[in-house]
Design a protein around this ligand. Structure first.
Ligand SMILES: Cc1ncc(COP(=O)(O)O)c(C=O)c1O
Length: 359
């Protein structure tokens, strides 16, 4: 019988000859347009991952028939690295992104990403580009791991070849102005039995039309409701949603149409730590509408990696706009945001071991 040899996947690094770092204006960083010196790549073919490498950030070329462009077998993650005052660099819950990426991969018939590619790739890449992690208050290094089908083939079936890549972008403090959102009861982001819980490209493409309509009506985003009846609240844009009603914090329970947000689960944990009653359950539109009419919605906010906690100032429903109190000191949202910020910067105890040191 042939002997099975477990290949150890190691990362080969090719450094840039000249860093672009001196050209970057860290005081004026546009979101998602400045890319660090290096990127990580791994190839999947013949049923295995190989050629793990860090190379200078550059364009990649592919065939016009590349399957991702046509059939959207494409998944991604998003997380941030933080620089502390002592110069150390830390990631927030990267293991959770690793797990979620493989949940997305499974749903999209894509191969699982090995730990050496995701976790080691992430750590080595950020270690190499640690000079790109901004030190300015509120600025961070946004990290984008993603995987896509790479077959040069037209035809609907799971591809045989894939690329897994990671690049990073220094980003300025994300000023999250309080958002105006409208409860969406016509369009659907994710259906029961669909792919809403996967972080897959098509979900974002599918969300654009309704979001654009809402923006034309003066809102920033929609609050998605369930695809079957539009009777239950799901999430909003790239955020999970929380409401505080009659003293209790509530958020929609997870299912196959809601993304299992890492900020969401951290906020639920913080609520428990603070002794704040919190419920994960089905939230009906009728319940929220009633509470809005009666002025019982004490707080509403979105939670996600980009904005962390984003206060909702207005909720539109059936042609009526309901204004909510601001996220000021003393609110749960304010305290949660502050606490997450301090844990990330090492200024509050990391009691749940969320932070992973990079350098
Ligand atoms: C659809 C959607 N919901 C929720 C979130 C929030 O998830 P996380 O807190 O892991 O960033 C995101 C962002 O990743 C998202 O794209």
């Amino acid at each position: 019988m042939a002997e099975v040899i477990e290949e150890k996947l190691s990362i080969h690094t090719q450094k840039v000859e000249k860093s672009r770092l001196p050209e970057v204006d860290f005081e004026n960083l546009p979101f998602g347009r400045v890319f660090s010196d290096h990127m990580f790549i791994a190839d999947y073919k013949d049923s295995k991952w190989s050629d793990l490498r860090i190379v200078p950030y550059n364009n990649i070329s592919f065939s016009p028939a590349m399957s991702t462009l046509h059939y959207a077998q494409s998944i991604f993650e998003g997380l941030k690295a933080y620089k502390r005052t002592d110069g150390s660099v830390w990631l927030f819950r990267p293991e959770d992104n690793f797990k979620r990426m493989n949940i997305s991969a499974d749903r999209m018939c894509m191969p699982a990403i090995p730990r050496e590619a995701f976790m080691d790739g992430l750590l080595e890449l950020i270690r190499l580009d640690q000079g790109w992690v901004p030190g300015q208050e509120g600025s961070t290094l946004y990290v984008r791991p993603f995987m896509f089908a790479a077959d040069d083939f037209i035809g609907v079936r799971p591809a045989d070849t894939y690329k897994f890549m990671i690049f990073t972008c220094p980003v300025a403090s994300y000023y999250s102005e309080p958002v105006r959102v409208r409860i969406e009861t016509d369009y659907t982001r994710a259906a029961r039995g669909g792919v809403g819980y996967a972080k897959t490209a098509g979900n974002y493409a599918a969300s654009l039309y309704a979001a654009r309509k809402a923006q034309q009506e003066g809102y920033h985003q929609v609050i998605w409701t369930d695809g079957a009846e539009h009777k239950y609240i799901e999430e909003s844009g790239t955020m999970n949603l929380f409401f505080k009603i009659d003293g209790t914090l509530i958020t929609a329970s997870l299912g196959d149409s809601v993304l299992d947000g890492i900020t969401r689960k951290s906020i639920i944990q913080l609520a428990k730590d603070f002794g704040q009653p919190v419920e994960e359950r089905r939230i009906s539109v009728a319940e929220i509408a009633q509470a809005l009419k009666e002025g019982r919605v004490e707080e509403a906010f979105g939670a996600g990696t980009a904005a962390v906690v984003s206060s909702v100032k207005t909720i539109g429903h059936e042609g009526v706009d309901y204004d909510l109190p601001p996220m000021v000191e003393g609110t749960f949202a304010y305290k949660a945001k502050e606490t997450l910020y301090k844990i990330r910067l090492g200024e509050a105890p990391d009691t749940h071991n969320w932070m992973v040191r990079v350098n």
